[in-house]
Design a protein around this ligand. Structure first.
Ligand code: ZN
Length: 154
């Protein structure tokens, strides 16, 4: 396992590119997942998307303190409600801002063993999933931040 460099929104254009689906969950992908978990924990983040470590693959991890979720090729099955709260990003260090997200989502994805499953999430977990999945399309939360709420944090 190894820590990977987290890309910074100001310097790394890769964060703005669209990621491609994972075609095969091979050893390379499994190593990437392990490295991403270590990198996320080391940075005390609650989520990380592969493009944040420079890999344009549709793969995200989330752990808001309720256990690790690995989502490969995630897609939204449904979204409902509204929830406005602060959000931050390891690629936008030292900042936070309020973003409107769906309050409930159902996401379908493969896990690290290639099993297709659905994850139902609400509130903070739904927010984390939306934020990470946006990264796969080159979208950052600062694109969606409610005007006037972006502020320095920590
Ligand atoms: Zn982020």
């Amino acid at each position: 396992m190894a820590l990977r460099d987290i890309k910074h929104y100001k310097y790394d254009e890769i964060l703005r590119k669209k990621s491609r689906p994972v075609e095969k969950i091979d050893e390379k992908i499994k190593t990437l997942i392990k490295d991403m978990v270590e990198t996320m924990r080391n940075a005390e983040g609650v989520g990380l998307a592969a493009p944040q470590v420079g890999i344009l693959k549709r793969l995200v991890i989330v752990d808001i303190g309720q256990g690790l979720e690995v989502l490969i090729n995630p897609t939204f099955v449904s979204e409902s409600g509204e929830n406005i709260d602060y959000e931050g990003c390891l690629s936008v260090p030292g900042m936070r801002g309020k973003v409107k997200r769906p309050d409930r989502v159902v996401v379908e994805a493969l896990d690290e063993n290639g099993n297709l499953r659905q994850i139902e999430a609400q509130g903070y977990m739904a927010r984390a999933l939306c934020h990470e999945i946006d990264h796969l399309d080159g979208i950052l939360y600062i694109d969606k931040v409610i005007e006037g709420t972006l502020e320095e944090f920590n």
